[in-house]
Design a protein around this ligand. Structure first.
Ligand SMILES: [Zn+2]
Length: 317
C-alpha cells in the first residue's frame, strides 16, 4: 500500500478528517509504550511482630512480585516498621528482624528506600543514654536498608529520582521539612541535573497534598482546618519556589497519610499513595483499603498511576 492510499484508508477506517495526524498519533503512542518502565511504590507497611501485619506484608510483596509486567524496581516510601521512635533497642531489633526476613523470602526486586518518621530510632525514648548508641536516630534505618545516605538520587532511563528525608527532630517529636544541609544539597542536585532528564521527587511526608487536611475527622473549634506540622511539609512554599525553576520536575511521590490523592500544582503531579497497612492493619483507613501504587514512567515525561488493592489480610476488619 502506498502512502496516499494508506492515509485514505486510515481516514476511512477512523472516520477522522485528518489521516496524517492519526498516523503521527499512533507512532507517538507506540514510542511512549515502548520506552516506559514500571515502578511499584509501596509505603507505610508498619510491620511488627504480630501475625496480621506479617501476613499482610507477605501478601503485598507476593502481589508486586507476581505482576505479569514486572516493575523495574520498588520504591519503599517509608514507615517500614510499626515504630522505632518510642521503642527500646530489643523492640526495634525485633521489628527490623521481621522486616528483613519477609523481604528476603518474598521479594526479588531491587528496592530503593525512603526514611519514614516511624523508622527513626529513639527520639521519644526517655533513656538519654541511647543517644550515644551508634544506631541512634536515622543510623539504624540507613544501615538496615543499606541506603547510600539519608537522601540520595539515582537514574533510570531518562528519569532522575531524588529520594529525600522529610523527618526532622522537633522538641521530642518531629516536624515535616528539609533541614538546611539537605535543602542546599537538593538545590545543587537540581542545578546539576541533566536538562534532558525528567525528575521524580520522593519524600515520606507529602510536600503538597489535599489528603493531609482530610487526615483528622474533625475541624478546630473555630472552624479552621486541623492541619498538623507532621502531616504536610511546613517548607512547602520554599520547595515550590525552588521547583518552579525546573520544569523537568514532573512528579512528587509520598506516603505517610494512609490516604490517596493526586494534586496537580504548577505543572507538577503530587501523588500521595495510600498505605500497605491501610488503617495500621485494622482494615481501610477512611475511604482507602490497603493498597500500593503501580506507576508507568514514560519517555515523554508523563506518568500514569494505578492504585492496586492487593487484598486484605486474614482476620483484618
Ligand atoms: Zn509516616
Amino acid at each position: 500500500m502506498n502512502r496516499r492510499n494508506f492515509i485514505r484508508t486510515s481516514t476511512l477506517l477512523t472516520g477522522a478528517t485528518a489521516g496524517v495526524s492519526n498516523i503521527f498519533q499512533s507512532s507517538e503512542s507506540k514510542l511512549k509504550s515502548d520506552t516506559s518502565f514500571k515502578v511499584a511504590f509501596i509505603t507505610d507497611i508498619h510491620v511488627k511482630t504480630d501475625e496480621i501485619s506479617q501476613t499482610g506484608m507477605r501478601k503485598a510483596l507476593k502481589h508486586v512480585n507476581s505482576l505479569r509486567n514486572k516493575p523495574s524496581f520498588i520504591i519503599n516510601g517509608g514507615d517500614s516498621i510499626m515504630d522505632a521512635l518510642a521503642a527500646n533497642k530489643t523492640e526495634t531489633q525485633s521489628q527490623w528482624d521481621v522486616w528483613n526476613k519477609i523481604m528476603e523470602e518474598e521479594n526479588k526486586l531491587q528496592v530503593y528506600h525512603c526514611i519514614g518518621n516511624h523508622d527513626v530510632w529513639g527520639w521519644q525514648v526517655k533513656d538519654e543514654s541511647i543517644k550515644s548508641d551508634p544506631l541512634y536516630d536515622k543510623n539504624w534505618v540507613i544501615s538496615n536498608h543499606k541506603m547510600p545516605a539519608r537522601y540520595y538520587s539515582f537514574e533510570k532511563n531518562n528519569w532522575l529520582f531524588i529520594v529525600l528525608d522529610s523527618t526532622q527532630e522537633n522538641e521530642g517529636g518531629y516536624i515535616a521539612r528539609f533541614d538546611e544541609e539537605q535543602f542546599t544539597w537538593l538545590e545543587k542536585e537540581l542545578a546539576s541535573a541533566p536538562k534532558d532528564k525528567f525528575i521524580c521527587i520522593v519524600s515520606h511526608i507529602p510536600i503538597i497534598s489535599f489528603c493531609s487536611a482530610m487526615f483528622f475527622d474533625d475541624m478546630l473549634p473555630n472552624g479552621d482546618w486541623k492541619l498538623s506540622r507532621v502531616l504536610l511539609h511546613v517548607d512547602a512554599r520554599r520547595i515550590k519556589n525552588l521547583f518552579k525553576a525546573y520544569p523537568n520536575i514532573k512528579v512528587c511521590l509520598s506516603g505517610h497519610i494512609h490516604l490517596q490523592d493526586e494534586v496537580n500544582y504548577l505543572g507538577i503531579k503530587y501523588l500521595c499513595n495510600g498505605a500497605i497497612s491501610g488503617k495500621w492493619w485494622k482494615g481501610s483507613f477512611q475511604d482507602f483499603p490497603p493498597a500500593y501504587a503501580l506507576l508507568d514512567f514514560h519517555n515523554d515525561g508523563t506518568i500514569d498511576r494505578e492504585m492496586i488493592c492487593y487484598d486484605l489480610p486474614l482476620n483484618a476488619k
